[in-house]
Ligand binder design. Structure first.
Ligand code: GTP
Length: 233
């Protein structure tokens, strides 16, 4: 299990805070092995950077976070890099998900290609006419001297995918970047959910009672309607 102590700390966090909404935003973090997925999630949730993680299985963290002065429930699933090589596994992870973070290391071209493959899979499995907001994150920018992936290339490639936005970060040296990434995504998810809220139509008459009573009621209304129509002819 990825850093068991850290996981326990995060899972017992402040998920019961007062004033939180009931809506939960579920985010999944995907990417090749060793790109810094856990480091980014841990940085966001605890502001700490732990240089070593023992990773053998995925972890899910439930927390309440504050975005734009609103408390929102989030659930972050940190998937281990080995598993993302299996398309069926990835497909199962991206179903019923609100947002996705796809991470690669700017020092590792292969991890970038793996990230683009993941974006292909996400696009392929999206329901027709829908897309899941996704952030493509180039991590480890502190290792600029061994960079293999250009920020411009990532920006251009990300624009080929629906609802996909590129960002760069260093979980190691830029403590605020992880928060910027997750909060940008959460803002998109909140806006998306708000825009989908359709006001309920008012039902003007509610018929109650036995079927016989309802039939009588409808007949009476119909005869009243016919009378008023005939009266106007
Ligand atoms: N220099 C540097 N190292 C980083 C950064 N982020 C993570 N690391 C290191 O990269 C290694 C892998 O980090 P993880 O967070 O375990 O990577 P992961 O993507 O979760 O890996 P898997 O669980 O194997 O999929 C660790 O040694 C981290 O300390 C970063 O921004 N800069």
């Amino acid at each position: 299990m990825k850093n068991r102590a850290c996981k326990l700390f995060m899972m017992t966090g402040n998920s019961q805070e007062k004033g939180s909404t009931k809506t939960t935003y579920h985010i999944v973090v995907l990417g090749a092995e060793g790109v810094g997925k856990t480091a980014l999630v841990v940085r966001y949730l605890t502001r700490r950077f732990l240089s070593e993680y023992a990773s053998t299985e995925e972890s899910t963290y439930n927390r309440t976070v504050n975005v734009d002065d609103k408390n929102v429930q989030i659930k972050i699933t940190d998937v281990i890099g080995k598993s993302v090589k299996q398309p069926s596994y990835v497909r199962s992870k991206i179903q019923k998900i609100d947002g996705i973070v796809v991470v690669y290391s700017v020092t590792d071209r292969r991890s970038y290609e793996a990230a683009l493959n993941l974006l292909d899979l996400i696009r392929l499995h999206a329901r027709p006419g829908t897309s899941t907001p996704t952030i493509l994150v180039g991590n480890k920018v502190d290792l600029e001297h061994i960079r293999e992936v250009d920020a411009d290339d990532a920006e251009k490639d990300a624009s080929e995918y629906p609802d996909c936005f590129p960002m760069e970060s260093s979980a190691a040296t830029l403590p605020d970047e992880a928060a910027v990434i997750f909060e940008s995504l959460l803002k998109k998810l909140i806006n998306k959910r708000d825009s989908l809220k359709v006001p309920r139509r008012k039902v003007s008459v509610v018929l109650q009672g036995s079927p016989k009573l309802i039939r009588t009621h409808i007949k009476r209304r119909l005869s009243m309607f016919n009378k008023s129509r005939n009266g106007t002819l």
